[in-house]
Structures are given as structure tokens and as C-alpha cells.
Ligand binder design. Sequence first.
Ligand code: C5P
Length: 404
Amino acid sequence: MRIPANKNLANKHVLLGVTGSIAAYKAAELVRRLRKGGAEVRVVLSAGGAEFVTPLTFQALSGNPLHSELLDTGAEAAMGHIELARWADAVVVAPASANVIARLAQGRADDLLAAVCLATEAPVAVAPAMNQQMWAHAATQDNLRKLRERGVHQFGPAAGDQACGESGLGRMLEAADITRHTAELFDTGALTGLRVLITAGPTREAIDPLRYLSNRSSGRMGYAVAQAAVEAGARVILISGPTALATPPRVERIDVRSAQDMHEAALSRAPGADIFIATAAVADYRPAAPAQQKIKKNTDTLTLQLTRNPDILADVAALPDGPFTVGFAAETEKLLEHAGEKLARKKLDMIAANHVGEGKGFEAEENALSVFDASGVIELPQAPKTQLARQLIALIAERYHPGS
Ligand code: C5P
């Protein structure tokens, strides 16, 4: 069974730009459908768009405040154009009038939507809507060619009866079609058919039946990597320590607690995997002899004897004909040195290193990674973990299929 493409919208941030066209009324239905697919939607309404639909409609339907002004200090303080540009996983301009298409082609930054489109690294798509003569004009066609050459996606237009009484090309696609195309933006296909095994989250090492040793890993990076791998077409198994996170759509999740459980789960599945990505913050040590009953506080000091946990990543990397292995290195100092050493010692194909501590890494929403392999290092600058995960998956896919 083919899984409906709009499953890919789950948890995505879609910034919808609504510009001046009679088709703006269809954008209301589009907001509803994008949200139904699981996306969070914010709307930027251009001055032209506000002539056709009221800001209140979009505010109510999106469940978020509307964005319209570039230089409104109050609005910029709440969420400025740069923050909006970073927030977006995709920017969809629907309807895109001939005017906004021309403005985007020129790279203007004199209104909020144009500025966001310039500032974002997310994919941008336009769904043209205009009179058929305006559509056919060489200026419009030149502008669109320019946008496509720069990687802007074009959804439609369709042909048919137009509001102006004419008939021809220039009608905006229906909301259902734009929703489907938006979902497809996240379907990169770079890992189609591959089986990806991922570990994530912390482990808990029992001291007694009530207490454990653990760490501050939230699991967010690993869950984001699992989601990005699914979007890229992989079949994903996520072996997760205890976290508060929801399982990303289409990911098979196996819950474990201790490092030993995680080791067993990973080693039993690794032979069937093409790629193994170890994002888990596995406890290095566990209490050697966890107490069978609750430990009583009847001594002034208490000594716990710890014993080393197995290294899941190194054991998977050592498998004959094992998967392509990717490790993570969370370091508080000497990042490059330690990551390089780990790559060699654990015989990994790739390692993604990040600084932790001082608000970075473990519990943060954003991260930055230095990714090493035999050919050198690539820096992935600070970004939300979901976006960083997609960049990492793209790098892994590139290295897994060299030369493709
Ligand atoms: O040696 P270090 O713990 O810094 O290595 C980190 C990498 O090794 C991470 O990818 C982590 O998931 C993995 N690891 C593991 N099993 C362990 C310890 C670390 O898989 N026992």
C-alpha cells in the first residue's frame, strides 16, 4: 500500500505566504488541510492578499498570530523576519500573484514575505494564480524560469475558467493538490529502500528497584534523525531509551532502558541494517550489583561499584559486513581531536561531533555539528535539530552512495 504523501507533513513548520489574487480564498482551505496533515502553519499575508481575505480568517484557521509587517517593532519583537525564516521547514506562496513572482525573481526584501523568502534556507514553493494573459506574458515566464533555476518549486497553475471570465492557464491548483506537493517537498528519496537503525535518548542504569544513574539527553537529535531518514525513504527502526517524545510517523520504535538492553536490541538488528546511526547517550558505566531491594539510608556514606557498559557503536562497527556506521561525539573540550580519535578507534564510517554544556547540545532545541569522515570535515552550522538532522541524512546518503 502506498502511504499517503501528506504523512510527511507531521510536525513540519509550513510558512504560507498569501498574496493578492482572487484565489486567496482558497488559501483558507489550504491552511486547514496542511494542519490536518499534521503541519504547524504560520501565515504571512501581503498587503495585496489582505484586500481579498481578512487577517482574522487566517489567524483563526492557523491557530497562530498572523504576520504581515516587516518593520512593525512589536511584531518583529514577537517573531521577526529572520526568526520566521529559520522557523520554516518550507515556505509556500499560495496564491502567488504575478507581482510577487516578479518581486521574488528580483530578490526584493521590502516586505515581510519577500524578506523571509530571501532569508530562509528552507525550500520555497510558489503556486501561481493569475489571469491567463498575465501568465502567458514573457515577463512572468522569465521570472518563473529564474526562480526555478534558483531551486524554487512551482506548483501549477491549472487551466480552466477564471474569475475574470476568461479561460486558460493561470488558475491556482486546488488546496488538496498544493497540500500533496508540499508534503512531497520533504520526500527526498535519498535513502529509498534502505534499512536504517538508530539509537536515541539516554539509558537508565539501575541502582536498586527505584533509583538509577542516567544523563540529560532528551533524545531530540535521534528522533529528528529518525524522522529525516523516513522522509528520505528509509525503513527506520528507532531503539530508544526513556524519553518524553512522540514516535515520528512511520518509524518503528523499540523501547529499552539500560545500556545492556540497548546493546542487545541493536546487535540483534544491526545485521539486517544498511546504516546504523548511534545518537544515544549511553551510560558508560552501570552499578556492578544493583540492589534487589530499596537501599536504606542507614550509613553516612555509600559507595557504588560501577562496571563498564558494552560499547554498542564499536560492537556494531566491528561486525563483519556490518552496516555503514555513524557515531556521535558530545564533547565539552577539544572537539576535533576527540572526534577524530573516536572515528579511528571505533572504526566508524562517519562521526558527528558537537559541543555540549553551557546551553548547547543535550536539552537544547538547536545544535551545530562538525561531521568527519575519511575525506575530512564538514561543518553544519547552528540550526533547529530537525533541519540539522535532514542535512546530516543528506550527507550520510551522499557518502553511502559515493559518486551518485
Ligand atoms: O565514546 P563516546 O561515548 O563518546 O562515543 C559516543 C558515541 O558512541 C555515540 O554515537 C554513542 O551513541 C555511542 N556509544 C554507544 N555505546 C556506548 C557508548 C557510546 O553506542 N556504550
